[in-house]
Each structure stands twice: as C-alpha cells, then as structure tokens.
Design a protein around this ligand. Sequence first.
Ligand code: 4NP
Length: 147
Amino acid sequence: MTHRILFVCLGNICRSPAAEGVFRARAPHHSTDSAGTSDWHIGDPPYRPMQTAARSRGIDLSDLRARQFVAEDFNRFDLIIGMDAKNIARIEELRPLGNDTPVRLLTDFAPHAGADHVPDPYYTRDFDGALDLIEAAVEGLDAHLRG
Ligand code: 4NP
C-alpha cells in the first residue's frame, strides 16, 4: 500500500529533508515530501553540511528544495511527522476543523533510541548523530507502515 508521508522541521534544510531522503531511498513506493514550519529557507536546497553527511551514506538530497508547511498539507498527506515538540505545536496550529490526519514525532518510531526529539544539527553541528537517529526511526516507520 502506498502512503503519503510528510516530514516537517523548522527550516526544511536539515532534519526533514534528511528524513525525506532516507525514507524515499528505503521505501520508494511511498509518496514522500518535507516542509518547514518557518518561511526562512523557502526555495533553498538542503544545508550543505547535511547534504555532505547524507551523501557519505549514499543518500542524495541535492534535488530537494525547502517549502513552508501549509494547512492544505493536512489534506494532502496520510501521516505528518515532526522532528520535535515545537514543530508539532506549530503544525497543530494549522489543523483544519474536522481534520484527523495523524501527526507524530519521528522519534516515536525509534523507541529504543531513547530520544524524544531529533536535535537540530543546524545548532548542534552533529549531522551524523542526527542521521543516525533519523535512520533508526525511518526503519521503525517503514516497519510500522508495513503493519
Ligand atoms: P532544520 O534546521 O529545522 O532541521 O532545517 C534549521 C535550519 C535553519 C535554521 C534553523 C533550523 N535557521 O535558523 O535558519
């Protein structure tokens, strides 16, 4: 079964494009996108250090471009996945009345990783640590979608 999955972070240049790239490489039969809650980087490619870190794992992010999360995304996707609690709060502010699309934390799908959010590598500079967590959670997400 094909699912429509949207990954969301703040800038849409580090964590959510990385999650999108890892997920589409692993599960290309799904429809995948990513977005940012801010408008800060609209049209930008993923942040260069994240592209480099992903590339070294065989994940190409170069075709991705940042866009802002919009209320219509609640109708366009089956599952919306945020990277931290603040992302989730901003997403929920835009939920249309009566819409029941699930919004989850990416780390919900990696319970054994012991993290309650994906720390922002734009600030921590730990791009590999973010990718480790994203890869573990995407594996769990893939298993979840397979039922
Ligand atoms: P992201 O990281 O939310 O994982 O894309 C960030 C990228 C840029 C900024 C903040 C977070 N910024 O302040 O420009």
